[in-house]
Design a protein around this ligand. Structure first.
Ligand code: GDP
Ligand code: MN
Length: 375
């Protein structure tokens, strides 16, 4: 999960990586950090803000105030802007530096490019090196990548790379990226911070947990996962099909399948039936979140059961539907695996109108019909 830039930069500063002087503002502009010019940057957990108008260079307090007023309360790339970072603009040439977990090699990948900035994806100059997950190994890999850079700031970039590696390893991050990294003889500084945390490690990482807890609106999905113990991610607040699914792969497959048919899935969900322990509580929670969206037209339950007893699951689903007063749309259930026939019998009695099938195509066709027919 991507942190907003201000939180990423807070981690950078704690690990000795230089960042511009700055202040996070949520309403009005108190005092400006240092002399201008300043950058005003929308704090939303998404990249590509520069091209979308979320990064503005300002030369006076009046300009800063206008930029902040224009951003706060607006939406940027699907996210509400409720905070801006106002920073002293950095100067220097732009470079790109990233370190990420490379799961296939049980190691890290270090990437460096002498052409940092907003067009890095289209630049052919980025070079990568694989190395073992230790700051010293990252430092060696980076030394090769920056060997041709000017000697008057090369050591500073090497130090930043080593600090970045310690940050990634200590906090069990998935990725850390600085783009642009401003370089000059008078000082190198991180112009941006892209930090991707691994939510599976959050139990061991109190600093990451505290950053997430401090911004419940920005990190709603992560807060939900920490509180509930399973994954539910809202993909599209205007989605029409709520998904009750178990298994990340099955949920992603279904999202792709629905999207390919022109349907609008609302959410990703890995409810983990094995952890439900005879209680409909998780199902009730998921139905609560799904039915909070007025665009909802249907609920699709898709369970591919290996160990799960579908008879037991069906009983819990029936109880959860009973306990969901806001649920006014049809529910379609595709249930495959152990005790599917028993599940059909239980749901057939509890919810006579509901389609319960083992056939995914039949379930999807019913969803198409409901969405097509809905007003
Ligand atoms: P992103 O588009 O979401 O990655 O946001 P960035 O923070 O990377 O900002 C986009 C672009 O704005 C950068 O690639 C820079 O070209 C420019 N930019 C950002 N911060 C500064 C700064 O402090 N000084 C200068 N001169 N340019 C900046
Ligand atoms: Mn950037």
């Amino acid at each position: 999960m991507l942190l907003i830039e201000a939180d990423g930069k807070a981690l950078f500063a704690e690990h000795g990586i230089p960042i511009p002087a700055g202040v996070v503002v949520t309403d009005g502009v108190p005092s400006l950090p240092g002399d201008g010019p300043w950058m005003v940057k929308a704090q939303v957990p998404v990249g590509g803000r520069g091209k979308a108008g979320g990064v503005v260079l300002c030369h006076s307090r009046t300009e800063v105030e206008a930029a902040v007023a224009g951003m706060l309360g607006s939406r940027l790339k699907g996210h509400a802007v409720d905070a801006c970072l106002v920073e002293q603009a950095a100067i220097g040439q732009e470079r790109y530096l990233a370190i990420m977990v490379d799961a296939a090699s049980y190691g890290l990948r270090v990437i460096y490019s002498a052409q940092g900035g907003v067009e890095i994806e289209h630049s052919a100059s980025a070079q990568g090196r694989l190395c073992s997950p230790h700051p010293g190994a990252v430092a060696e890999a980076l030394a090769e990548l920056i060997a041709d850079e000017p000697a008057d700031w090369r050591d500073q970039v090497a130090a930043i790379g080593k600090a970045l590696a310690s940050l990634l390893i200590q906090q069990e991050l998935a990725l850390v990226e600085i783009n642009p990294l401003f370089v000059s003889a008078s000082g190198c500084v991180a112009g941006d911070a892209k930090v991707v945390v691994d939510l599976n490690a959050v139990d061991r990482q109190p600093r990451i947990a505290s950053l997430i807890a401090a911004r419940p609106a920005v990190y709603a999905d992560a807060c939900r996962k920490i509180a509930e113990g399973f994954d539910y991610v809202e993909l599209d607040p205007d989605g029409e099909i709520g998904l009750v699914t178990t298994g990340a792969g099955l949920s992603m497959m279904l999202i792709d399948e629905l999207t390919a048919r022109g349907a609008k899935p609302l959410n990703f969900c890995d409810i983990r039936t094995g952890q439900m322990r005879g209680s409909p509580a998780r199902l009730i929670r998921v139905l609560e979140w799904i039915t909070a969206r007025s665009s909802l037209k249907a609920v699709l339950v898709n369970i591919f059961a290996g160990i799960t007893d579908l008879g037991e699951f069906a009983g819990l689903l029936a109880a959860a539907i009973e306990a969901s007063p806001r649920l006014h749309v049809p529910v379609v259930a595709r249930l495959v695996g152990r005790n599917a026939a028993e599940a059909r019998r239980i749901l057939g009695e509890a919810q006579p109108g509901m389609l319960v099938t083992e056939d995914l195509q039949e379930a999807l066709a019913r969803i198409d019909a409901i969405v097509g027919a809905a007003p």
